[in-house]
Design a protein around this ligand. Structure first.
Ligand code: PHE
Length: 335
């Protein structure tokens, strides 16, 4: 009878297909009201001298059942894990999805390089509007109505007294109106001129600079700009100052560096001169100080402005400015 029990159990174990089936079977044999439990309880009703032998048989069977249940359980768990791994499988041989990363536009790259150099010299960074009043773009900068820079061919007029700024110099006036000296800042941004060919686009970028305090001289202008140009183009780059004219600076200068493409020998880019014009600068015209309410007897200062595209073209040897704004990814990827 006890041998039959073993056989029935093995048959039933055979038909177990899941962990739930197995748990039911376990209860059926080993549970509180299970078959084996009942057998053990019934020991008390058999003659005492038969008990040890019979008891041993039941315990053997109990152990047998426990072992079988255990091994079936680990087998079922293994199968389940296998199924699970298969269903949420991760195919590591599948090629991944690639995200293409953008990168800094060459113009922004040069802008940050220049900004970094001036910030390290203690300049702050200011901004001004691109749609600007005629007053700030021209009038306050000592550019009268009949000045050639106001020619309709150069300036985009929105109305009689609103323009797209043609340079970043109006930021000088806006900042000085708001603040008492000393001031020391740069102002990067977009500017607009009605002009288009391989070296001109209707929109381009400039960086303005202004430093005003008591006792600022042309030596300060030279020192700051030379330090900047040497960091930007290399410590041995020759720098020269040429007399020039801007209505809002007096005296004014144009600043050249030795041609970085031919090292001063003379080439197509420097038109054989060995020099490249990099920026305009000068001592702030007292008329501008008067317009913003600074006393020109007490304060002096210098200003400078440079075109970013031109610097980027020289640094990266690019011969057509329009490439910067066509957004051809093959071009932009190179920087
Ligand atoms: N605003 C001038 C230009 O666009 C550059 C400049 C700025 C010159 C400041 C002198 C001082 O050409």
């Amino acid at each position: 009878m006890i041998e039959d029990l073993k056989k029935t159990f093995l048959d039933e174990l055979e038909s177990v297909k899941s962990l739930a089936d197995l748990s039911n079977l376990k209860v059926k044999y080993l549970g509180r009201k299970g078959i084996i439990t009942a057998e053990l309880k019934s020991l008390s009703s058999i003659p005492p001298d038969e008990r040890p032998l019979h008891g041993k048989k039941i315990n053997d069977i109990k152990q047998f059942i426990e072992e079988k249940l255990d091994s079936r359980e680990s087998q079922l768990k293994k199968e389940e894990l296998g199924r699970q791994l298969l269903s949420d499988s991760l195919d590591i041989t599948l090629s991944g999805k690639f995200t293409t990363f953008g990168r800094e536009h060459p113009i922004n790259k040069i802008l940050s390089e220049i900004t970094d150099i001036f910030v390290r010299m203690g300049f702050s960074v200011e901004e001004g509007p691109e749609v600007e009043l005629d007053y700030y773009n021209f009038e306050a900068l000592n550019i009268p109505k009949d000045h050639p820079a106001r020619d309709m061919q150069d300036t985009f007029y929105i109305s009689d007294d609103i323009v797209l700024r043609t340079h970043t110099s109006p930021v000088q006036v806006r900042v000085m109106e708001k603040r008492k000296p000393p001031v020391r800042f740069i102002a990067p941004g977009k500017v607009y001129r009605c002009d288009a060919d391989i070296t001109h686009t209707p929109m381009f970028h400039q960086i303005e600079g202004l430093m005003v305090d008591k006792g600022i001289t042309f030596s300060n202008l030279k020192g700051v700009l030379e330090a900047f140009l040497h960091r930007m183009f290399g410590a041995d780059t020759p720098v020269r100052f040429r007399p020039s004219f801007f209505p809002f600076t007096e005296p004014s200068a144009e600043v050249d560096i030795g041609c970085i493409l031919c090292n001063g020998a003379g080439c197509r880019v420097c038109k054989g001169s060995g020099w490249l014009e990099i920026l305009g600068a000068g001592m702030v015209n007292p008329r501008v100080f008067e317009n913003v309410g600074y006393d020109p007897e007490e304060y002096s200062g210098f200003a400078f402005g440079m075109g970013i595209e031109r610097i980027a073209m020289l640094k990266y040897s690019i011969d057509d400015i329009r490439l910067f704004f066509e957004n051809d990814i093959r071009f932009l990827r190179q920087f």
